[in-house]
Design a protein around this ligand. Structure first.
Ligand code: GLC
Length: 610
């Protein structure tokens, strides 16, 4: 592996700087508050090494210039050397997991589940390169992406952040996406972060942040498998996972974090905790701090209580319960990443070449996203060769997700839990808008249910159905006493107990309006093309039976017009299922299972010639 972190000159720069640092300055580098809980003055006074935006935490009017201004203020404070403070550039982190999707006007790419269906590793590189440019346009240096989870249970609210249930497919994407983001560690590069280490997609019943019970052999074969190619590709950061493995929390797991990830796999960047992830290690936060540090985490995402974190870590060092050698190891890793990614050479964010760059949300990036939408669609049924459609047909378009850019983008878009309607997805096209652009005789059902239509008025119907946006545990489908989800601490608020998405994967139960709409239109005596917008395979037996054609569109993002490109035959279907399609909600089926039985097997996907 030719990691830039092993460069001798770089290592000398690290040692020279480390030797000048006080304990306060070292501990500051290990601390990452959320932007709403710290100011530029705090960055200087506490020598903070990083600040993040949680999902939906956006400055000012949430346009690139406001982000550049925010980052410029943080960066300036970090570089204002004086007798107490060393100039060490702050690194700002954000969840640009499907484009820089927090920011208004960004190009929003399909979520990973759709990209997995595209099965095109080189496309991942181009998506990552475009995403890097849009991140740099806002003065940000680091994205907590790509997620390389191997989701094994569709009940999990983060299934859509996974490329596939197949570790081999996920592994094939890890390197090109990391290389697309980090490139040559130069002007067009941002720091990547593969996550979440490890076993996030393997929890029992798909419970987010839950318990992954597997032998070490199974953990390696399924969930660790995508990490070596990412490390080989030079990924500079890894995020620890909330879940536990055989009862032990990953955030406190020295074997997983240090022995396996750092020593065995040779990861030489730094490990970042997840959002207040060490809180779950102990009722006593003082103990949790030493458990997380001594297990091998190097930088700590501490959304609000970061002053206590700093005090505790210093007390542990003075007590000897955290060694100075462990602190120095963590800070070496952080400094090495900052040197390798060129942060010390970059000018202030306001003066950087790509800040406020016109490519942000521009046509070039949107064309890549539109291509990704086309390649992600999976044709599951096409009775009577209803598809491709004739653009001159009289088409009735209905369904709650037909004209809703927010819904087609899903979670982690402008807001943590995503948004609804169209206004906040600026520059995008809804699926309806894409259809309307090519089919002049298409009309949108006003009531969305198709009840406002009469037999004979239309030749064919398109019904766009599925899920509303969600993120993390709030996307879980849970039953029994695991119904309550504890979301991470809320900034300046109380810990909130949040409801999961629902209690069934059966769409006819969770969204009966969808089946009803299909039936309403089928009763007009016309063929019905159903398009499912969802973050996971769902049990849709009744909806399938009531439809002539059925397309899985996943969460296509801002470029809904990519769906029309394929429905009207400008492009053929390309997508193949990267997740087995379940007949029932339980037991969950995965490629490789004994007695494997799926409605549509892994790898299934029709096209116009088949
Ligand atoms: C969240 C997620 C993680 C994300 C982080 C920052 O809880 O688990 O994927 O990067 O917090 O938003």
């Amino acid at each position: 592996m030719n990691s830039p972190l092993q460069n001798t000159a770089l290592k000398n720069r690290v040692e020279t700087l480390l030797a000048q640092m006080t304990l306060d300055q070292k501990v500051g580098q290990m601390t990452q508050p959320e932007r709403m809980a710290c100011t530029p003055e705090d960055v200087k006074n506490y020598h903070l090494g990083s600040v993040l935006s949680g999902g939906g935490s956006c400055p000012g009017d949430n346009r690139p210039a406001a982000w550049v201004d925010m980052n410029d203020a943080y960066w300036q404070a970090s570089m204002e050397a004086d007798e107490n403070h060393l100039a060490i550039p702050l690194i700002y982190g954000v969840d640009a997991i499907h484009g820089h999707s927090n920011v208004l006007g960004a190009t929003v790419f399909p979520h990973n589940i759709g990209l997995g269906a595209a099965n095109d590793p080189e496309l991942m590189r181009r998506i990552a390169q475009a995403t890097a440019r849009e991140i740099l346009a806002t003065g940000v240096d680091w994205t907590f992406a790509p997620t390389i989870a191997v989701a094994r249970n569709n009940h999990w609210g983060r299934t859509y952040e996974s490329y596939s249930e197949d570790p081999a497919l996920v592994a094939s994407y890890a390197a090109p996406f990391v290389q697309g983001l980090q490139a040559d560690y130069g002007e067009q590069s941002v720091v990547a972060c593969v996550k979440h280490w490890v076993g996030d997609g393997g929890t029992s019943n798909g419970i987010d942040q839950g318990e992954t019970t597997l032998s070490e052999e199974e953990l390696r074969a399924i969930h660790i498998k995508p990490y070596p190619p990412a490390i080989e590709a030079g990924v500079l950061t890894v995020m620890a996972s909330f879940n536990s493995w055989n009862g032990d929390k990953c955030h406190g797991h020295k074997f997983l974090l240090t022995d396996v990830l750092k020593n065995e796999l040779g990861f030489d960047g730094y490990i970042i905790s997840d959002w207040d992830g060490i809180d779950y290690l102990s009722e006593d936060y003082f103990d949790a701090v030493s458990m997380g540090v001594n297990a091998g985490i190097d930088m700590f995402m501490v959304s609000e209580d970061w002053r206590d974190f700093i005090d505790h870590i210093k007390t542990h060092v003075n007590n000897g319960t955290i060694s100075m050698s462990r602190i120095d190891d963590a800070v070496r890793r952080i400094l090495a990443v900052k040197f390798a990614s060129g942060l010390f050479e970059k000018p202030r964010p306001a003066s950087r070449a790509l800040s406020n760059d016109a490519s942000f949300g521009g046509d070039e990036h949107r064309e890549i996203a539109r291509e990704a939408v086309r390649k992600s669609l999976v044709l599951l049924k096409n009775d009577g060769k209803t598809l491709p459609l004739d653009s001159a047909s009289k088409i009735l378009v209905a369904g709650k997700n037909a004209h809703n850019r927010g819904h087609q983008c899903g979670g982690f878009t402008v807001a943590w839990q995503g948004v609804t309607d169209n206004e906040l997805i600026e520059g995008g096209t809804s699926i309806w808008e894409g259809i309307k652009a090519v089919a002049s005789n298409a009309v949108l059902s006003e009531d969305g249910l198709g009840l406002d239509s009469k037999a004979g008025d239309h030749d064919v119907a398109i019904v766009v159905i599925g899920e509303r946006p969600y993120a993390e545990g709030m996307g879980d489908v849970r039953t029994g006493n695991n119904v309550i989800v504890e979301a991470g601490s809320q900034i300046k608020g109380l810990m909130k107990i949040l409801e999961p998405y629902g209690n069934t994967l059966e769409l006819a139960q969770s969204h009966p309006e969808d089946l009803q709409t299909i039936i309403n239109l089928a009763n007009l005596g016309i063929p019905v093309v159903t398009v499912l917008v969802s973050g996971r395979p769902l049990v849709v037996t009744q909806e399938l039976d009531a439809s002539d054609s059925f397309v899985a569109a996943w969460l296509p993002g801002s470029e809904g017009q990519g769906v029309a490109d394929v429905l009207f035959g400008d492009s053929d279907f390309h997508g193949k299922l990267s997740f087995s399609w379940p007949k029932d909600a339980n037991p969950n089926v995965n490629l490789g299972d004994a007695n494997y039985e799926a409605v549509f097997p892994y790898g299934f996907g029709m096209n116009y010639s088949a």
